[in-house]
Design a protein around this ligand. Sequence first.
Ligand code: NAD
Length: 252
Amino acid sequence: MSEGKLRIAMHGAAGRMGQAIARAIGESSDLVLAAAIDRSGDGTTASLDAIASADVVVDFSHRDATRGIAEACSKHGKPLVVGTTGLAQETLDAIDALAKRERVVLAANTSVGVTVLFHLAKEAARLLGGEFDAEIVELHHGKKVDAPSGTALRLAEAVAEGKGLDASSFVHGRSGMVGARKKDEIGIHAVRLSDVVGEHTLYLSGPAERLELVHRAHDRALFARGALRAARWVAREGAPGRYDMRAVLGLA
Ligand code: NAD
């Protein structure tokens, strides 16, 4: 029975995230997969017009493919959740054109826990003030090619915002005669270990006490669950515009 359920069109349906989202839709009681779109040849459709039958479109595809789906959403008047990363300016322009008429969520990290972590980190850094040293340690699997993680950098930005600092305070690892730690440094350290999905720890250490905020990702299903929470949110009545996960959680 799909009556009364929110109809989702998945763009990038054959990919790792597309499949995780299809599983999460199958496990839900309020959502149904109305269209599975990829580059075809794998049981999906290549026609972007397939979104016509959906209430909401979710995109986890490729940076070169997101512009097309944003334009198709404009054509068919559909709200959109974009999880695809590394988007070019012309793609962001197409998303902004859609956001004039529809609700769009653009989120490079759809984890609900990470969204709350950024919020708490900024608030904790602000409340604890300049006396507290901030250092970030991130753990990921050994196949990850970039360091530090984008999430660690966003976490450092949240801490910097809370402390009234900017990116010039970031220190990436330490080696050799680096001198004593300066008060305004925000240290960022990357650890690579076998099959760790992803872990981020923020240390805030002051005189005689230390606060630690830790997020551990167990499975990429967490991104799928967050993306579907965003899909339910964009489908609601509300002002058109481009939003992020903070809005979905009611934080902004
Ligand atoms: P993937 O390579 O497993 O899947 C991408 C899918 O998109 C593939 O099936 C591919 O065939 C399809 N695709 C590529 N070009 C297409 C086109 N022109 N038309 C239709 N389909 C097309 O990748 P993934 O791990 O599922 O990640 C997809 C994107 O989501 C990446 O940009 C990744 O960085 C991002 N991502 C975001 C989050 C988040 O929390 N927002 C989490 C994980 C991944």
